[in-house]
Design a protein. Sequence first.
Length: 196
Amino acid sequence: MKEGQKSWIGADPGGAGAFGLAFLFADGSFKTSCVSCADEAIKLIHERPAGVGVDAPLWWSSGKSSDRKADRWIRTTYGIASGTVQTANSLRGAALVQGAMFVQRLRERFPDVPVTEVHPKAVAIALGGWTSPAVSRLGIRTDATEHERDALMSAVAAREGFSGRWPRDLSKIRLPSEQDPSTYWLAPVHYFWPET
């Protein structure tokens, strides 16, 4: 990490060797890597970031299939299959557990760090695909591993959301069965989305 330079962090929680981590710096440069768990990722973070994006559902629903209104909106608006934007009940444990644990551990060190949920693949689809000019303008490197690329898009979403360039916050649209990401145990959590 570049000491003293403003940065945003992106995380793509996964299992052994598949937890993508990205540091995005104010000058547009970045560093990506893969680790094996939230604790290993936290050890690499030495300064409070300006914002964090996490590719995992960070609030849940007690309704059927644990579906959330934000995910329904994304699937309907962009014609994305349910296998790409999944309900929490259909996800692997690493995304759910390591995502929430990453946020908790990070907030133990930096209690007021701002956090946004991100769905990098859905963002890329909404912007025209990974090789689109819109994604390219964001500085996304498409030659990295899938986990590093998704972590970098998560860092970009944190930068764009917390800088006010992506003002739409999908955490504000919820079903009655959903936790309120502004007040529950992992709060506050946002879900910034690009205007397309």
